[in-house]
Design a binder for this molecule. Structure first.
Ligand SMILES: NC(=O)c1ccc[n+]([C@@H]2O[C@H](COP(=O)([O-])OP(=O)(O)OC[C@H]3O[C@@H](n4cnc5c(N)ncnc54)[C@H](O)[C@@H]3O)[C@@H](O)[C@H]2O)c1
Length: 344
């Protein structure tokens, strides 16, 4: 099969390229490198870096030419602006990439007869849901910009699937963790941040009381499901979740034990949650404190019965095993980076 992976230089995109390539597919990767990097494309048995095209999913000149030339069977749209505060502080760019970029791809898939499009969606769109574990077809619409961009993107996926008989699957990822998780970005994901601070022997700053619980999925399990969904006709939305929740305190205790560290964490006011984004607190209308409280303390747990029953999928990697693998990879990366003289 010939497969296009967008966001190929990102945490998930790079590992998806690798899995598809190992399966024997011909993989074309594109990325605009707004977040991704070449390290995510380097594997022991293959380096995708030289072949990944520097291209934006919103490109309306070069992307049609690429579709015309390559005649893709499947498109995985993994590109996106993932950090919540980045989306919140630049909503126009967030909608442009996460929603309009996806629509650009859907229309190209339609014109060029792509057999299946898989969209990287998110369980963040369940932020206002109160039923747990949350099922795919019944939830309250989201509030924040990031999940709203993905929620709208899903509506367009459904629209194209129903209007044109296209095959489109939205994978609603839980919190994804694994090697290559970005621990160096302005607002790193919790797992990457926690390990980075432990590695440097610093006191990590968490928010609220640390008892807030979320569900997590290991990147290899996610990719296993992503490879299974492309045979199904029509539209589908699928939770990609372990259906198990862990608190901040539990994950920090496990990581500390695995790394042999004993550093009590600092638990801060939720009002400091996005302190690196002062623009969200200022302006004529600052962000409402209740919204921050809700985001920090929100509980997430997604039902994965649909993925199990329809796609014969079961997550394989336990949180302990998964964290151990991330710790090994992240510490090696930070050590190499330090040896090269970079600053964390
Ligand atoms: N990591 C998670 O926990 C998680 C959870 C739910 C959903 N998701 C979604 O999964 C996808 C991948 O997430 P990730 O963690 O690998 O993020 P990432 O930031 O590591 O990867 C995203 C990639 O997309 C690229 N990109 C951004 N805008 C682009 C554009 N306009 N054109 C082309 N490339 C562009 C970036 O440069 C980056 O390489 C995202 O769409 C994200 O919203 C991630």
């Amino acid at each position: 099969m010939k497969v296009l992976v967008t966001g190929a230089a990102g945490f998930i995109g790079g590992q998806l390229c690798h899995a598809l390539w190992k399966r024997g597919d011909t993989v074309v990767g594109i990325d605009n490198f707004s977040y991704g990097n070449l390290d995510n494309l380097r594997f022991e048995d293959h380096d995708f870096g030289p072949d990944v095209l520097r291209m934006d999913i919103r490109d309306r000149e070069k992307l049609p030419e690429l579709f015309e030339k390559e005649r893709f069977d499947v498109v995985y749209n993994i590109a996106g602006i993932a950090p919540l505060p980045d989306c919140q502080s630049d909503p126009v760019e967030a909608v442009s990439v996460n929603t309009l970029g996806l629509v650009n791809l859907l229309e190209l898939c339609r014109r060029h007869g792509v057999k299946h499009l898989v969209q990287a969606s998110t369980n963040a769109m369940y932020e206002n849901e109160t039923e747990f574990p949350t099922v795919e077809d019944k939830f309250n619409a989201p509030t924040l910009i990031y999940p709203s961009t993905k929620y709208c993107a899903e509506q367009f996926c459904r629209s194209f699937a129903e209007t044109y008989n296209m095959n489109v699957t939205c994978l609603r990822f839980a919190n994804v963790y694994g090697p290559h998780i970005d621990c160096l970005r302005k607002q790193p994901p919790f797992v990457g941040y926690m390990i980075r601070e432990l590695y440097y022997g610093r006191v990590p700053e968490f928010h609220s009381d640390g008892n807030q619980r979320r569900d997590y999925i290991y990147v290899d399990d996610l990719i296993d499901l992503a490879l299974r969904v492309t045979g199904r006709p029509g539209f589908d939305a699928v939770n990609v979740s372990s259906n198990q929740s862990y608190s901040v305190r539990e994950l920090y205790a496990t990581a500390s034990r695995l790394m042999g560290k004993d550093i009590p964490a600092k638990y801060c006011e939720t009002s400091h949650y996005w302190a690196k984004y002062p623009e969200l607190y200022g302006g004529a209308y600052g962000i409402r404190p209740e919204i921050l409280d809700h985001e920090v303390n929100k509980f997430s747990l997604c039902d994965n019965t649909h993925a199990k029953q329809l796609y014969g999928w079961t997550p394989q990697v336990s949180i302990e095993e998964g964290l151990a693998r991330v710790i090994e990879a992240e510490c090696a990366m930070l050590a190499a980076r330090d040896a090269a003289g970079a600053q964390a």
